[in-house]
Ligand binder design. Sequence first.
Ligand SMILES: Nc1ncnc2c1ncn2[C@@H]1O[C@H](COP(=O)(O)OP(=O)(O)OP(=O)(O)O)[C@@H](O)[C@H]1O
Ligand SMILES: CC(C)(CO)[C@@H](O)C(=O)NCCC(=O)O
Ligand SMILES: [K+]
Length: 258
Amino acid sequence: MLLAIDCGNTNTVFSIWDGEKFLCTLRTSTHHARTADAYFTWYSTLINHYGIKADITDVIISSTVPRVVFNLRVFADRFFGCRPLVVGKPECKLPVAPRVDEGTQPGPDRLANAVAAFDRHGGNVVVVDFGTATNFDVVAEDGAYVGGVIAPGVNLSLEALHSGAAALPHVDISQPEKVIGTNTVGCIQSGVFWGYTGLIEGIIARVKAEYGSPMKVVGTGGLAPLFEQGDHLFDTIEDDLTMHGLTVIHDYNKEQGA
Ligand SMILES: Nc1ncnc2c1ncn2[C@@H]1O[C@H](COP(=O)(O)OP(=O)(O)OP(=O)(O)O)[C@@H](O)[C@H]1O
Ligand SMILES: CC(C)(CO)[C@@H](O)C(=O)NCCC(=O)O
Ligand SMILES: [K+]
């Protein structure tokens, strides 16, 4: 069985893939100092809690935080006796090479999103991924990741308002009743919710115009469903997109004899 690890700047997600379905998904915050033993303590506690019988033989890692990879490698080696595939490293092959400026290292989560979008929809897709950043990943007709857009994430923007303005409280994202807020929290929610809705609509329209062929829009990440409630933004929402990409990249490397 495959353990797929998607390590973002905020959260780290482990999913167990049995070849047909994900048996479980475990989430913890990302800390570069977490040791291999600490990962295993957390992992085995939850696996036992859910009564999951998982015989892990392979591990694949996407990490947007380079420093955590060392301890995750030790974790894979010590507890599962395997050498993990790390997306973005030369030994981890992609079905189609990215086409970006020389010297650019696209985020491994974006590469996984592109592979997953191609596998599920064919090319000509733009993925909108709501994580620490809100990133748009453009997938060409042949499945290549060809770049996109990186905007500050929703929670980062809310945090920035709170930390930069003394009178502004911390506010959780939600869709406000009205656009014209009549209290401070309502004003902030409106700014961020409707501001992001406009950002997403505007960027998708410009990406489509520049790309020139019809494109499918796939939303992913924790906040995609919330934004879809405000306006129709996406053709589909797929919360397991990055994880699916990791399983496809793993299968591809197995076929190549890795
Ligand atoms: N209505 C909501 N308000 C606030 N947070 C939400 C809401 N719905 C989902 N979330 C959060 O979204 C997060 C899941 O997002 P996702 O895994 O896509 O990105 P992330 O973990 O925030 O970022 P990264 O992947 O960059 O670490 C969860 O932490 C979840 O708490
Ligand atoms: C944009 C983020 C932070 C989104 O997780 C990540 O994909 C990343 O760190 N990317 C590196 C730069 C790039 O993708 O061009
Ligand atoms: K993510």
